[in-house]
Each structure stands twice: as structure tokens, then as C-alpha cells.
Design a protein around this ligand. Structure first.
Ligand code: URP
Ligand code: ZN
Ligand code: ZN
Ligand code: ZN
Length: 462
């Protein structure tokens, strides 16, 4: 049985027009005015609503052993939360630590998703160590369709790589046609600053930001870009939070370095005063890079509108209040991370498109099309076109609501965005033609989601 989305306003990265979209099986079969369809076709009236391509979150953590505990979502909870918020593809960070075997880790991460996801998914493969066995393992992982890596310049001795390991990873990535995503903070400086602050009795969550100041992120970003320039590899700075780091990446782009920039939901809407709240309220807002001074937000919105910030992810990383309290005696023990996979699309729509100055096309570009293009998913994902996967989001801009941990699907007892107003919501969401969300509620099938095999991009000769 086919599906007809009738009379909605279709929005892609470049176009806006009112039309019908006819879905046959898993793909978009026809787009046009007043389409005739066979009896038995389900017809959804989308008058007054937007029809967006399924959104892609390029940075989430689902299974994550980290800081002595585990992030709380499973693929079931995270994919239902994602779909409720209009995200139809997740790119999860596969993060075995330095002491673990990369290939075994990759298989473990994949096994957590297999048959458990309601939306499609793929991985960025973290390289936490580079030794004699690493190249062969990474080649196998790339051959399996995972064509992006992740490195951490922070979290020394856990996920973090040395400069030499970064060099070897980028060189291999260049040879394989793989893009490398990077968490850019100077590990040595963070370690020293943490020690200094704790020795001065500065133990509360308000000291998390001073332990990872903007210059530390600027240095990491500059160094990553320098290594990209030297190796010719393609890179992607994850969760960029502040202006000095943005300038470092933009300067590199201007001199031809192949680098793209992601900022994540919390940095657009939350600021460092939230982590300065007393006790666990502050701890809930500890993530890395940290929430910054408020003036960075306006600059990030402007850079997003201009395309200087390429994509918006979430860095979804859910911990409960109880887990956050592990850091009650020292901010260095607070599990880092804020959940957001469910709120990214409606909050960026609300505070960017509806109440800000982000254009609708650029909104779709940053949250769907560019992630698809950068990570080898386009045009199967990331647009509304004939033959593309029918991952579609019918967005009702007239809906009014607010974020609340009482109603969210994410597996945490708090939301970092509690009380934020929502202009609109995804009312209907499809994954390869199957309706997974109706009237804002998940009605679909767990296990519908597929692992997306991607191809490397060997486009240049140098
Ligand atoms: O605070 C964060 N970002 N937690 C997740 C791990 C990471 O650095 O992405
Ligand atoms: Zn990170
Ligand atoms: Zn992350
Ligand atoms: Zn090259």
C-alpha cells in the first residue's frame, strides 16, 4: 500500500514549494500537483504543514561506557526519542577506549543496535590508539561501510590520542577516503587546570568551564586543522562552542583546509550560568566543551545562518541525576553530557527559524542535507527527491508546547532544556516509507531501523 502526503509545503536545502509526495515501498516515487493514486493508498492531508526530509543527527552517544558509568539510553529509547523529534538517522560515536580492541569494540557497538533501532543508523569509528594492528582493523571497518572516524584530543589515557596517533589516523583516512571527526580540546592543559582548581578547593560544577577555557578549545581546533593541512585529510570539528575556535576553523577553511564545523544544540541555547547553579542543577549542565558565556550563542546562530557552522548535532549523552551526583565532591567526576536528540529539530526550528533569523532552507541544510553529504548518505538521505529514501517529517508549525522530562522519551529523569517553549512539532514521521510517528507519538516498529553502509570518497589525486 502506498502513502500520499498531500498538499504540504516541501522544504529542501534549496527549494520550497507546495506539492504532493507519493511514496511507494521505501522510496519517493512521485512528486507533483494533485497526484492520482491507486485505491488503498493512505492519504495524509498536509495542508498548512511543512514536509521536510528526515533529519540526521551526526553526533550521538547511545551505548557509552564513560567516566565510571554508562550513558542511559538504549537503541530502543534513543531511536524512539529521535523519531519523536523528527530525526530519522542517527550517527553514533562508536567509542572503545584506549585499552580496548577497536574491531571488537566495533562489533560490540553494532550488536547493541542490531534489531533494536526504530530509525536508521550508522557510526563514526573512534580511533583511541594507533599501533601495529590498527590499520588492518580500520580497513576492515571501512570495508564494512563505516567511512568516518572519530578522534579525541581530550580525555587523555581513555579516548585521547597523541599527536603522532592523530597524524597516523589522518594519513590512513586520507588514503582510504574517510572523513575524520574530532573533539578538539588540549588534554594536557585540561588536566593541569583541573588539578590546579581542585587543589585550590574549587570542586563545584561552576569550575568545569574554567578548567576547559576557550583558548584550550581554540588550541585543539588549530592543531587539528594544522594536521589536516599537513596530511590532506578531510576533517570535521565536533561540538564547536566558542568564537576563538570558530575563527581557527574558519581561517583554516579560507586557506583551503578541508574542514567542516559542527556545533551542538546545547551551545545554541544554554550558557555557563546554568552549570553555576547550586548542586545537582549545575551538574546537569556539565558537558565538554563546556557551556560558554552567553555572547557566544548569538555568534553561533549567525555563523550557522551563514553556513560557517556547517551542521547542528546534539552530542546526545544521557545521564540521570543520580549519575551526575557521582561528581558531588569534585567536578572532574561529573559524567559529561547533556541529552538532546529529541529536542534538536523543534528547538532549532523554534529559536532559529520561528523566532530568530535562520532561513528554512538553511535549517534543512544544517540538520539534514549537509550531514548526509559530509558522511556519504546523500542523496539516499538528506533530501526529498525521486528515488530517495522516504524518510519524511511532516512538521506542524501551529503546535505549541514545551520541553519537559515528564513527557520526553529520552531515558533520563531531567532535561537540560526543561520549560523551553516549542513552536511546532513533527506530527508525522516516516522511515523508508513506514509511518513511525503519528500525531507526535511513536506508533511504529522497533527494529525497523537499518545499519547504513556507506562508501569512501576517493575524489582527489593528491
Ligand atoms: O560532554 C560530552 N560531550 N560528553 C560526551 C563525550 C564527548 O566528548 O562527546
Ligand atoms: Zn566530545
Ligand atoms: Zn560526543
Ligand atoms: Zn588528498
Amino acid at each position: 500500500m502506498g502513502l500520499l502526503l498531500k498538499n504540504g509545503e516541501i522544504v529542501t536545502a534549496t527549494e520550497r514549494y507546495v506539492a504532493d509526495v507519493y511514496v511507494e515501498g521505501e522510496t519517493i516515487a512521485r512528486i507533483g500537483q494533485n497526484l492520482d493514486v491507486a485505491p488503498g493508498t493512505e492519504v495524509i492531508d498536509c495542508t498548512g504543514k511543512f514536509v521536510f526530509p528526515g533529519f540526521i543527527d551526526p553526533h550521538v552517544h547511545i551505548y557509552l561506557p564513560f567516566m565510571g558509568t554508562f550513558a542511559r539510553d538504549t537503541y530502543r529509547t534513543a531511536s524512539v526519542a529521535a523519531l519523536t523529534g523528527g530525526t530519522t538517522t542517527l550517527i553514533e560515536m562508536c567509542c572503545p577506549s584506549r585499552g580496548e580492541d577497536a574491531l571488537e569494540g566495533y562489533k560490540l557497538w553494532k550488536s547493541k543496535a542490531e534489531g533494536q533501532s526504530a530509525c536508521d543508523y550508522t557510526f563514526h569509528m573512534a580511533v583511541s590508539r594507533f599501533d601495529e594492528g590498527t590499520e588492518a582493523q580500520l580497513r576492515e571497518i571501512v570495508a564494512d561501510g563505516t567511512t568516518s572516524f572519530k578522534i579525541f584530543l581530550s580525555y587523555k589515557n581513555f579516548f585521547g590520542v597523541t599527536d603522532d596517533e592523530m597524524y597516523q589516523t589522518l594519513k590512513l583516512a586520507h588514503d582510504l577516503g574517510v572523513i575524520v571527526t574530532a573533539h578538539c580540546e588540549n588534554a594536557e592543559l585540561v588536566g593541569r587546570l583541573q588539578q590546579k582548581l581542585l587543589s585550590e578547593g574549587k570542586t563545584g560544577p561552576e569550575w568545569h568551564e574554567p578548567s576547559r577555557p576557550e583558548v584550550v578549545e581554540m588550541e585543539g581546533t588549530t592543531r587539528f586543522c594544522t594536521f589536516l593541512e599537513t596530511t590532506g585529510a578531510r576533517g570535521y570539528v565536533v561540538h564547536l562552542s566558542c568564537m576563538p575556535a570558530l575563527k581557527a576553523a574558519s581561517d583554516a577553511k579560507k586557506r583551503g583546509v578541508k574542514v567542516s564545523v559542527e556545533s551542538v544544540l546545547p551551545h545554541f541555547l544554554l550558557d555557563k550560568t546554568m552549570a553555576e547553579r547550586l548542586g545537582v542543577e549545575g551538574m546537569k549542565h556539565v558537558m565538554s566543551p563546556p557551556l560558554r558565556q552567553k555572547h557566544n550563542q548569538q555568534a553561533l546562530w549567525e555563523a550557522l545562518a551563514a553556513g560557517e557552522v556547517d551542521t547542528v548535532g546534539t552530542d546526545h549523552c544521557p545521564f540521570t541525576t543520580e549519575q551526575k551526583l557521582m561528581g558531588k565532591d569534585a567536578f572532574t567526576a561529573i559524567p559529561n553530557g547533556i541529552p538532546g536528540v529529541e529536542e534538536r529539530v523543534p528547538l532549532i526550528y523554534t529559536y532559529g527559524v520561528s523566532r530568530g533569523s535562520l532561513g528554512l532552507n538553511r535549517f534543512v541544510d544544517a540538520l539534514s542535507t549537509r550531514p548526509a553529504k559530509l558522511f556519504g548518505l546523500y542523496p539516499k538521505k538528506g533530501t526529498i527527491a525521486l528515488g530517495s529514501d522516504a524518510d519524511l517529517v511532516v512538521y506542524d508549525p501551529a503546535y505549541r508546547g514545551a520541553v519537559s522530562a515528564k513527557t520526553h522519551k529520552t531515558n533520563t529523569d531531567y532535561s537540560g532544556f526543561e520549560g523551553f517553549e516549542l513552536d511546532g512539532r513533527p506530527s508525522l514521521v516516516t522511515v523508508r516509507g513506514q509511518v513511525q510517528v503519528r500525531d507526535g507519538e511513536f506508533v511504529g516498529t522497533i527494529g525497523r531501523g537499518q545499519f547504513l553502509r556507506r562508501k569512501p570518497e576517493l575524489q582527489h589525486a593528491d
